[in-house]
Write a protein that binds this ligand. Structure first.
Ligand SMILES: C[S@@+](CC[C@H](N)C(=O)[O-])C[C@H]1O[C@@H](n2cnc3c(N)ncnc32)[C@H](O)[C@@H]1O
Length: 296
């Protein structure tokens, strides 16, 4: 249901030892976590965190037979300090961020992550729609044209952001935009034939922008990475798998700042999946792995 991306280089890069305490901050269905458990063995401890309750329950089942102590937590990694305190862990030896969402969420969530299916425009990664303050539908139906253009350009890296924002505002005057198909159609029309013959679907970048905004993904990642660094022992390692340029930029900035402060050594420079992996798992196409170590 979800094939872990860059599995081997991630596990090798983390240089795990038996008995270590490792945080998987984006547990997903536990693909990477399973390999982590095998490395740290029966004396190791895995802390598996995810903000999606359905995903977390599946991961628990998938990891049942794995060795070692396992702790599971539901929550956003931006609140990591609180979460670690709750599970009674003061320090970790390694951590993994495999950012974004899983194939399982894409295919089964019913929350509108993909324009391949007609679903309500929610895009909430937490799965907790009741308490969520923001949905993609709310953004496309209520935000100003300028704000829409800003997020589509800033978080979607979409050059035709203004054109798309204008088309959304015109369309919503007629009818509220409630579903993924409605939105994808508006974007397709706005981009015309040029958009239709590109390498990716014309709505890809706008959908990315909405998802990032709804979940404040970049803000959460920045805070989560900071919190991981705080909890990491000296000698501890962090692996990050990013899926677009904005996430990668945050990691690069973090690495540069900590390196300049003499606190960090880069162990694995941006590594991409090979051709075979991309062919077998197209979701890995834009993935990049970086691993770094706390040296001070
Ligand atoms: C790409 S998947 C991870 C897949 C996992 N490595 C595996 O092999 O099964 C990313 C996961 O991170 C979770 N996630 C994304 N942002 C999060 C956040 N801010 N806090 C906690 N979990 C988050 C998503 O719900 C999703 O399950």
């Amino acid at each position: 249901m979800h094939v872990p991306v860059l599995l081997q280089p991630t596990i090798e890069g983390l240089r795990l030892q038996s008995g270590e305490t490792v945080l998987d901050a984006t547990l997903g269905l536990g693909g990477h976590a399973k390999a982590i458990c095998e490395q740290i063995g029966s004396t190791g401890t895995l802390i598996g965190l995810d903000q999606d309750p359905e995903t977390l329950e599946l991961a628990k089942r998938n990891l049942e037979a794995c060795p070692g102590q396992k702790m599971f937590a539901l929550g956003n990694f931006r609140r990591l300090s609180e979460i670690l305190q709750k599970v009674g862990v003061a320090q970790i030896d390694a951590a993994l961020f495999d950012l974004g969402f899983s194939s399982f969420q894409l295919d089964r969530s019913g929350r509108g992550f993909t324009f391949q299916k007609d679903e309500p425009l929610l895009m909430t990664l937490s799965g907790d729609v009741q308490s969520s303050v923001l949905t993609a539908a709310e953004i496309v139906n209520t935000w100003s044209e300028a704000s829409l253009a800003d997020i589509i350009y800033g978080y979607g890296e979409e050059r035709a952001a203004r054109k798309i924002a204008a088309a959304i505002v015109t369309a919503r005057e007629e009818n509220e935009i409630r579903t993924t198909f409605q939105l994808a159609e508006i974007i397709k029309k706005a981009l015309g034939p040029r958009g239709r013959f590109g390498r990716i679907h014309p709505a890809t970048k706008t959908f990315q922008a909405l998802r990032i905004t709804v979940n404040d993904e970049l803000g959460a990642f920045k805070e989560g990475l900071g919190a991981v660094w705080e909890a990491l022992s000296v000698g501890g390692r962090v692996a990050v798998i990013t899926f677009h340029g904005l996430e990668a930029r945050l990691v690069k900035e973090f690495v540069r700042t900590k390196k300049e402060a003499g606190e960090l050594e880069l162990l694995v420079k941006a590594t991409k999946p090979d051709r075979a992996e991309v062919l077998a798992n197209p979701r890995s196409r834009s993935a990049q792995l970086r691993v770094f170590k706390k040296i001070n």
